[in-house]
Design a protein around this ligand. Sequence first.
Ligand code: FNR
Length: 180
Amino acid sequence: MDVAAIIGSLRKESYNKKVVEFMQSRYERKMEIEILHIRDLPHFDQDVEEDPPQQVKVFKQRVAAADAILIATPEYNHSVPGVLKNALDWLSRVDKVLTGKPVLLIGSTPGMLGTVRAQIHLRQILASPGLSAKVLPGNEVLINFVHEKLDDHGRLVHQQTISFLDDVVNRFIDFVNGQT
Ligand code: FNR
């Protein structure tokens, strides 16, 4: 299963990125997770949406080709980071490549509840007509106090969290395969 991952943080030491990197290796036999970089996507501009800049074309093609999408994001000011919203705005237009695409939302935070509000907003955004993605239903997938759950190399080592992610990933694979 080809999974394209979009990370809502551009930070080099992003916890959300570290969790996705952990997932890349832990689930490599179940899914190939490719991180799509959104740093260089220009601001969405409706004037060029029919023939967007090359980075946007490549980004959309990768999303279209994936079997499923993983979105891992922090919460910024109680909502979705602008850089992620911008990427979604590009995806929502013209060929609307997220339509019907299975999406797994996850969020990691050093706090207690951060990312939950962002994930709730994301569900609303992803249900809009231009996006119409198929988001895994259920509770938000939140890894809180994440800084306490990584080792010195930034790898997730908290067994309870790893088991939780195992369950989520198995549920998502069934969802993608149409079994739930
Ligand atoms: C934050 N952070 C944050 N946390 C939270 O729980 N609720 C919030 O509304 C916000 N808002 C917010 C705004 C901005 C601009 C920044 C930079 C940060 C803290 C945030 O969750 C924390 O920095 C995460 O570690 C960011 O995720 P990455 O970069 O580690 O993936």
